[in-house]
Design a protein around this ligand. Sequence first.
Ligand code: CDP
Ligand code: MG
Length: 140
Amino acid sequence: MATERTLSIIKPDATKRNLTGKINAKFEDAGLRIVAQKRIHLTPAQAGEFYKVHAERPFYGELCDFMASGPVVVQVLEGEGAIAKNREVMGATNPADAAPGTVRAEFAESVGENSVHGSDAPETAKEEIAYFFAGLELVG
Ligand code: CDP
Ligand code: MG
């Protein structure tokens, strides 16, 4: 499998509870390398643009408000099959369905406030990385 890069976000519920280091340890223990990382506070409009694929879903408004409710840590993870590997480390969207040991099983508070985002495919990873990072900020 090829080396890939994926966009990860540590969401406001997790930064608020000081979980950035614990979540990063799970990524690194799984062999994912954090090649870019910054802490930012999104506006609702910026969150809305990021999640525009979900604009028609009933939870969209709440999701945008939540993502703008506090700081997030946006990061680029690199490794063999990084996109799928990160999704494994994250666990299922709903923490009630997430496998033991995953980030969401251990830390998520609800299906909405579920601690992390991860890209779901190569094209979305590329777009999402470019939304937050310039090429010079990616240090492999
Ligand atoms: O984040 P993931 O790719 O696992 O799930 P998604 O289906 O792409 O949904 C994006 C985000 O919307 C989730 O991570 C949740 O924060 C939120 N969501 C929600 O609030 N209620 C749902 N029923 C589904 C998703
Ligand atoms: Mg998704």
